[in-house]
Design a protein around this ligand. Structure first.
Ligand SMILES: Cc1cc2nc3c(=O)[nH]c(=O)nc-3n(C[C@H](O)[C@H](O)[C@H](O)COP(=O)(O)O)c2cc1C
Length: 370
């Protein structure tokens, strides 16, 4: 019987169990995206918490495009040495770490008036109110190269892999969506064309990293916008393409997950997701059946019983968690000791604050530290 707490492989990586901390923007990096002692302490604590792999909060790959304040950066070679203490501290504490790479695009609230924001087409994002500039061919080629260079930097600084963020309404997700992508060139139109930028980024990251360096992708199983958005059928097709190219794992999420601030005064925003257990499992199950690469299920993983059942009855290989780990960084160790433990996270989604994201239950204390 396959077990949640058994060593296993993810591409070339040995993992001590099947739990992953899913990408979580902490909002405590330096303004230019570099790390600091607070981040080192946070990741040391996360590494000690029991997850086999930690996926960082999203990192911006083009210096002028920073979708959120105090997020990680990966846009120039200064990050190679700068990240070494982070990867080292995680390895020293028996875990592994992957850098998540992203371009926010019009789904962003940070300094939107002061920067040029790219989109597949100039379609206004109704959640943020931002109308991006339609990317030229040159912009697209620059972005592809920027992701490839960031992946190389990640490898050189000791990360165990990188994850491309192509979900949650950000730029790469918008390329996949016929609503946001109305291009008439090779990057728009058919499903295959809308997915081309992701394939091209994968190829560039592969070219610039070692052949066995794990490259992962996070995708929406669906945008839940009907035929106007990226559909489940299209997600399955893209997973097959990426599988054939050698993707190390696919993390299956879904839909636009954030609610925007509703008034000018309200600076925080909320995650808007169901509180049910493992709520994208039906989609992840079907994808896992159709591809060779391991599937990571994210979203609402709260019950050991549900995850054990999914592991036993489906081909899903890994379970990633964000909010429960934000609330209790050692929830994985607690489950290892007693699988009946109920996480304290109630999936309330009120994790965001302007001075660092944290669980509302721990607010009086430092972010993500109990
Ligand atoms: C505070 C916070 C920050 C997040 N930051 C990221 C991020 O940087 N990249 C990403 O792909 N997802 C991000 N997410 C989404 C989570 O990775 C995850 O997909 C979602 O919260 C559902 O999982 P959960 O039910 O375990 O929280 C974030 C979520 C929260 C609550």
């Amino acid at each position: 019987m396959t077990e949640l707490f058994e060593p296993t492989r993810l591409g070339s990586l040995e993992l001590k169990n099947r739990f992953i901390r899913s990408a979580t923007w902490e909002g405590i990096a330096e303004d230019d995206g570099h790390i600091n002692d607070e981040i080192l302490a946070l990741y040391e604590n996360l590494a000690k918490g029991g997850a086999a792999a930690l996926i960082t909060g999203y990192a911006f790959v083009i210096e002028e495009e920073q979708p959120s304040p105090k997020m990680f950066g990966a846009y120039d070679d200064s990050f190679i040495d700068a990240y070494k203490p982070l990867t080292q501290i995680v390895h020293d504490n028996d875990s592994t770490i992957m850098l998540q790479l992203a371009y926010g695009g019009s789904f962003t609230w940070f300094n939107t008036k002061e920067r040029e924001i790219w989109g597949p087409s100039a379609v206004t994002n109704k959640i943020s109110g931002v109308t991006p500039k339609e990317m030229t061919q040159e912009n697209i080629q620059r972005l592809i190269a920027a992701f490839g260079d960031a992946a190389r930097r990640a490898m050189e600084s000791g990360f165990d892999g990188v994850e491309l963020h192509a979900g949650h309404g950000y730029l790469l997700n918008q390329f996949l969506s016929p609503f946001f992508n109305q291009r008439g060139d090779a990057y728009g139109g058919s499903s295959e064309n809308r997915a081309r930028i992701i394939s091209d980024i994968f190829d560039d990251m592969r070219k610039k990293t070692a052949p066995d360096f794990p490259l992962l992708v996070k995708l929406n199983c669906s945008d839940f916008m009907g035929p106007k958005g990226f559909t489940f059928e299209e997600c399955k097709a893209l997973c097959t393409t990426l599988d054939e190219k050698g993707i190390a794992a696919v993390e299956i999420s879904g839909g636009p997950v954030f609610k925007a601030p509703r008034t000018e005064k309200e600076t925080t925003f909320q995650v808007s997701l169901p509180a049910d257990d493992s709520y994208f499992s039906e989609y992840a199950k079907e994808i896992a059946r159709s591809i060779e690469a391991p599937v990571i299920l994210v979203g609402g993983n709260r019950s050991m019983e549900t995850m054990e059942k999914l592991l036993e009855e489906t081909d899903i290989s890994f379970f990633s968690l964000c909010r429960p780990i934000l609330c209790e960084p050692d929830i994985i160790n607690k489950w290892h000791a007693d699988k009946t433990v109920t996480p304290r996270c109630t999936a309330c989604g009120k994790c965001f604050t302007p001075t660092g994201n944290s669980c509302i239950q721990n607010r009086e204390k430092a972010p993500q530290k109990e």
